[in-house]
Ligand binder design. Structure first.
Ligand SMILES: [Zn+2]
Length: 281
């Protein structure tokens, strides 16, 4: 087995036997995969406290083709995120980020957009307390990075732009987009979206689109960072609109998840009160 090396973010870990750990990572070059770190709990030389959730590491590993588990040789910390653990809000937000990334991907799915997005999002949460737009930008960018970009500009029925509609449009997850007031009467599923929520989503999508375009321009090695325009998006997400946009993204994400999100069950109240419900300053 050849020794390989990649940048990776630790999504989850579990103890295995007395001294080993099984670790699932989202890597830059090999997608999501799991590996066993023999003696992880003892070896300060090979794993100096680096195999913990959220760790951004340079990982040496070996892997047989089609084997379920890789062998992890060594993990060196690339970016410490000391402030992610400094508040419950930051911890809850970061937990939501890694769990969503985990549940949106299958093992060994290729493409490094999601990796680049998770790295930029953890850096953002480490930098400052998350605001009402932080996780919404991440969620919309995660959908886009995974190939599920929703269509929020044109009606899925008649293809006319929906931005100037005075009445609510209908967001239909199975269509991956919206229906204008004229077309929505024929469709039952989904939820009604107010003009302000649609506007908020459009602002988020603009920020995400810009981040994706910038990453393409840089040849793909740059982070996927939708937080440059965060303050503009935040201004459009007051408490009521923020809750509507959060529910809309939840609805868009659900069909693509491999299992239910547990972070939201445990830490949902922290996110709802401390992060998403906060008034923009
Ligand atoms: Zn229409």
């Amino acid at each position: 087995m050849r020794l390989e090396s990649t940048h990776a973010i630790v999504l989850r870990t579990r103890e295995y036997g007395e001294s080993d750990k099984i670790v699932t990572v989202l890597s830059r070059t090999a997608g999501k995969f799991s590996g066993i770190a023999k003696g992880a709990k003892r070896s300060q030389r090979r794993f100096p406290g680096t195999l913990e959730i959220f760790s951004h590491v340079l990982l040496d590993y070996r892997r047989r083709p089609h084997a379920e588990l890789a062998f992890l040789d060594r993990a060196v910390l690339v970016h410490p995120w000391p402030r992610i653990l400094s508040s419950l809000e930051r911890f809850a937000a970061a937990s939501h980020v890694v769990e969503l990334a985990d549940k949106l991907t299958a093992e060994s799915e290729v493409g490094d957009d999601l990796y680049a997005l998770v790295a930029a999002t953890l850096a953002r949460i480490n930098e400052a307390e998350p605001g009402p737009a932080t996780l919404r930008l991440f969620e919309l960018a995660a959908l886009t990075a995974s190939g599920y970009r929703p269509e929020l500009v044109a009606c899925n029925g008649c293809r006319r732009p929906v931005a100037d509609e005075r009445g609510p449009v209908r967001l239909v997850p199975s269509l991956g987009g919206v229906l204008c007031p004229a077309c929505r009467t024929r469709e039952e599923g989904g939820v009604l979206l107010s003009p302000s929520a649609l506007e908020g989503l459009a602002l988020l999508q603009h920020a995400v689109g810009r981040a994706v375009a910038e990453r393409r321009l840089c040849g793909g090695s740059a982070p996927l960072d939708p937080f440059v325009d965060e303050s503009a998006a935040e201004g459009a997400l007051g408490p009521r609109v923020g809750r509507e946009v959060a529910a809309a993204l939840d609805l868009l994400l659900t069909p693509h998840l491999r299992s239910r999100l547990r972070t939201l069950e445990l830490l949902g109240p922290v996110l709802a009160n401390g992060v998403n419900g906060r008034e923009p300053e």
